[in-house]
Design a protein around this ligand. Structure first.
Ligand code: ZN
Ligand code: ZN
Length: 371
């Protein structure tokens, strides 16, 4: 199904990264986070590093990925010097390239993904070069926040698959499956419909298990009177979707029905608050106020949302007090919840893309309690 997806604008990304290096006070950046490598080059292998400096790009990988790297970088129209070698050869190639920088130049490493051990190894490996190795944060992740149309199309396609999968299996909830069984049905349906994979380990949290927001599915059978929190997504061409729906099996009690209505109102208020220029804190507040007014402020156990893209959780975080201004093209979730040990949990989550005037909701399964 990938052939139906519009192309992504990969080739401009290195240049956008390069334009941030001066502000980050580095002359070159060694990109080692594989998700960031993928974003910048289209390379999907499990071993590859990218050195970006003012003059160009060096991509190093090992013999398993030589052919793939050449093809994928060409497909993405990314111009780079590609070196295919073992570990020592890759180091030599990096050292040779770094040796062309002016003496005393600063090389950035990605502090959030380089281990302490790897950092020590890089210091040793680059000892012969006159440069200073410094930590950087989120340089590529920042670029990844705003999605191009091709990226949004992939997330939307993943969301549509997840919607269709839930539609296929939802009636089985009435047959009393265990959480594990229902989760497997959902996962299998997503794969059969064409998802490359599931987006993350599907959450099916029934009855008392629902009061733990990240419960792992277990052997408990789903039964009448349960609230069932179902949090899941699909993966399409590296891009994730993320949606939660909560089902009330049978009539439930008055508290459960009220929990549902409050979370639904809260979630709708959050989605209505999303627009370019609104802060992440304002979106969180819109959700939190509705739940607080119902007297359940302490039962909303997590933040309101997060960015979604090549990672299931990425920037920006939509959390209490957040001051980041949302921008057109960002993709975020809105997912308030109320969790009460005696009644279970309710969470409703949509993935939305920010527009100038509001947002477009990518996850479209209806939000009634009887899905
Ligand atoms: Zn989710
Ligand atoms: Zn989420």
């Amino acid at each position: 199904m990938d052939h139906a997806l519009p192309p992504m604008d990969v080739s401009s990304r290195v240049e956008r990264l390069r334009s941030t290096l001066t502000d980050a006070k580095v002359d070159a950046l060694l990109v080692t986070n594989l998700t960031n490598v993928r974003y910048l080059t289209g390379f999907t292998g499990t071993a590859g590093r990218l050195l970006v400096d003012a003059d160009g790009v060096l991509f190093v990988t090992d013999g398993r990925y030589g052919e793939q790297a050449t093809a994928q970088l060409a497909d993405s129209s990314v111009t780079a010097q590609i070196e295919v070698a073992g570990a020592a050869g890759q180091t030599s190639a990096l050292v040779a390239r770094l040796g062309r920088l002016a003496g005393g130049s600063r090389l950035g490493l990605e502090a959030q993904s380089v281990t302490w051990a790897a950092q020590r190894d890089y210091l040793d490996a680059f000892e012969s070069v006159d440069l200073k190795v410094v930590p950087t944060r989120s340089l590529v992740e920042k670029l990844r926040e705003v999605k191009d149309l091709g990226e949004v199309a992939r997330i939307e396609s993943a969301a549509a698959l997840a919607d269709a999968a839930l539609e296929q299996v939802r009636s089985q909830l009435d047959d009393g499956p265990t959480e594990v069984e229902f989760g497997l049905e959902l996962d299998t349906a997503m794969r059969r419909l064409g998802a490359d994979d599931i987006s993350f380990e599907t959450i099916v949290a029934s009855g008392p298990n629902g009061s733990r927001p990240h419960h792992r599915p277990g052997p408990r059978p789903i039964r009448d009177g349960d609230l069932v929190v179902i949090d899941f997504g699909a993966l399409v061409d590296g891009y994730h979707s993320d949606m939660t729906r909560t089902v009330l099996v049978g009539e439930g009690n008055e508290t459960q029905r009220r929990m549902y209505q409050v979370v639904r109102d809260s979630q709708a208020a959050g989605v209505a608050a999303v627009r370019a220029g609104a802060t992440t804190g304002e979106v969180d507040k819109a959700c939190r106020e509705v739940i607080a007014d119902a007297g359940w402020a302490d039962a909303f156990l997590h933040s309101t949302g997060h960015g979604v893209g090549l990672d299931i959780h990425e920037a920006p975080s939509v959390a209490e007090g957040g001051t980041i201004e949302l921008a057109e093209g960002q993709v975020v979730t809105v997912e308030p919840g109320v969790y009460l040990p005696d009644h279970g949990g309710v969470r409703i989550e949509d993935t939305v893309v920010v527009t100038g005037s509001g947002c477009r909701v990518l996850t479209t399964t209806h939000r009634e309690s009887n899905i």
